[in-house]
Design a protein. Structure first.
Length: 546
């Protein structure tokens, strides 16, 4: 089923709205002991859940809890199925009810009676990390005899992700299980500790096709956040016309992502062609990837040499992007993680477009210094739905704005170059373009850095300073030692020449590059561009019949 955008006027599944109103007035009581704490408090507010029938799940849980210094009594084993898919009854009996009991027995919730309802007014636990081995999906439940199915598509959905169902563990829900619950954290710009909604649990899972990859997610996240995530961003916009109506909004999200990335000083490469980045496209230094819309991981990600940068965030919107986290060649979430990303998002069933993660919000919150879990849940409209977040919930890839200038004690020379690029891109965006250019050119020649000149060329191209961009890309090509990097710079020059309406020169440079680099896997991207520019003549009808 294709990803759909449903615009029906629908009512979400009922919730006790009084709880939201009451708790918004008692935000200061959300965390036991009160108030928003520093990063150490994140660990004190995190629950780790593993499958006690799976020894590898328990070992992973113990490793994560030790690395994050999570209290031992907040590491909970559940005797649940080894399968990714479970029934609603299994979910209730083996996961939901045992966890609710833990919250009550261990005093993690403070409750109050309001108009005959037991309302949670404070919670010690705000994050949950589900370990590999905990089931992924709650299967569709047949309607009881005599019950008429709802007429709207949302109301017919009672299948869900385990993660999203646990996100509303503290919400009072009637017997009806169809539909979604409005997310009161959606589009907020607040730490979960200050949001006034203690019933909500921010659930992520540390999961991957391979067990060793799950361990790598933990190690990479903790290592990268000691400094920050540096690298290139790649954004794959579909280039849909406005006549695409409801689907056009997906491209709008991604265009906003591009704008925000540049405002935050992140070097960004954008593809607005109808397909994905072409086969073989050399996506070097990929720290961020946002894209849509293809069924399975493909094109540039099939390059056997491709790996994301350590700590990367990689997100691709598709209806069933996370339907199976045990394979690394189909769908998107598992393969992106297996190719080196530390975090991703996905859907285990059809979400409808407006109920996927809103990528511009997700990116904005990450850039603003929120944790992965906070950023992901601020970007999703509905809970008790079909979405998941893969990664360490406490991972903060970018520092909060208040500590952005404090320095990086673990910085390497490579990080120094990335920091320079970030700082000068910020200066460029403030209007200090001449000074920023001088700084980047001086550093680029001093370090003989193709990277610096490539990113200077991207800035110049975005400002439509085409001749300057061509010159910067030429210098980058000269300084780069790697053929894959040189191929990418050739593509940049090609796109600038096409924007200048210089197609013959673009074709000549393409053919020259193919003659030099045609033996490389990455050269497939050059050949794809050449085929677009010089398509073969159509086959006559008479020959087709033969």
């Amino acid at each position: 089923m294709s990803l759909s955008f449903c615009s029906a006027n629908l009512k979400p599944r009922a919730i006790v709205l009084l709880a939201w109103l009451f708790c918004s007035m008692t935000a200061s009581a959300q965390v036991m002991g009160g108030g928003l704490m520093g990063d150490d408090w994140l660990s004190q507010a995190t629950l780790v859940v593993y499958n006690s029938n799976d020894p590898s799940s328990k070992a992973l849980a113990k490793f994560y809890a030790k690395q994050r210094q999570i209290p031992k009594d907040q590491v909970v084993g559940l005797k649940c199925s080894a399968h990714q898919e479970i029934s609603r009854d299994e979910f209730n009996e083996t996961i939901l009810n045992p966890l609710v009991k833990q919250f009550h027995d261990k005093g993690w919730w403070i409750t109050q009676q309001i108009e005959g309802n037991t309302i949670i007014i404070a919670s010690k636990i705000r994050f949950a990390a589900l370990m590999r081995g905990v089931p992924l999906k709650v299967l569709k439940e047949p309607l009881p005899p005599g019950k008429q199915p709802p007429t709207n598509p949302f109301g017919q959905v009672n299948e869900a992700s385990v993660d999203s169902e646990l996100a509303v563990i503290g919400v009072v829900i009637p017997d009806q299980i169809e539909g979604y619950i409005n997310n009161p954290y959606f589009s907020r710009f607040l730490s979960i500790f200050d949001a006034g909604i203690p019933q909500i649990l921010l659930v992520c899972r540390i999961d991957a096709p391979k067990l060793e990859t799950a361990y790598r997610i933990i190690r990479d996240s903790i290592e990268v956040e000691k400094n920050r995530l540096y690298g290139q961003a790649y954004v794959d916009i579909r280039g849909l016309p406005k006549s695409a109506h409801s689907h056009y909004v997906g491209d709008q999200w991604l265009r906003q992502v591009v704008e925000d990335l540049r405002l935050y000083g992140i070097p960004t490469i954008v593809d607005e062609r109808p397909g994905l980045f072409p086969t073989g496209y050399p996506m070097a230094n990929a720290a961020l990837y946002y894209g849509w819309y293809a069924t399975d991981v493909s094109e540039s990600f099939l390059n056997p040499n491709f790996r994301f940068k350590k700590g990367a965030i990689a997100c691709h919107i598709h209806s069933f992007s996370a339907k199976n986290l045990r394979i690394d060649s189909k769908t998107w979430t598992g393969p992106l993680i297996e190719r080196g990303a530390a975090a991703s998002i996905g859907n285990v069933f059809e979400p409808y477009l407006q109920f996927t993660h809103k990528l511009d919000t997700l990116n904005n919150r990450l850039m603003s210094g929120f944790t992965l879990a906070e950023s992901a849940y601020m970007s999703i409209r509905g809970l008790s739905w079909v979405n998941i977040v893969v990664g360490d919930p406490l991972y903060r890839p970018f520092p909060r704005k208040d500590i952005l200038k404090e320095g990086a004690p673990n910085a390497s020379r490579e990080d120094d170059i990335w920091q320079l690029l970030t700082e000068q891109t910020l200066e460029w965006n403030k209007g200090e373009k001449i000074a920023a250019t001088e700084q980047l050119e001086e550093a680029g020649h001093r370090f003989k850095s193709g990277l610096i000149f490539e990113d200077l060329g991207l800035l110049q191209r975005a400002d439509r300073h085409f001749e300057r961009a061509l010159s910067s890309f030429e210098t980058a090509h000269r300084y780069y030692a790697g053929i894959d990097d040189r191929i990418r710079v050739v593509i940049h020059r090609l796109e600038v020449l096409l924007e200048q309406k210089k197609k013959p020169q673009a074709i000549k440079e393409l053919k020259d590059a193919i003659a030099l680099y045609g033996h490389r896997y990455e050269a497939a991207s050059l050949k794809a561009y050449l085929l677009e520019l010089t398509p073969p003549p159509p086959i006559p009808v008479t020959e087709r019949k033969k």
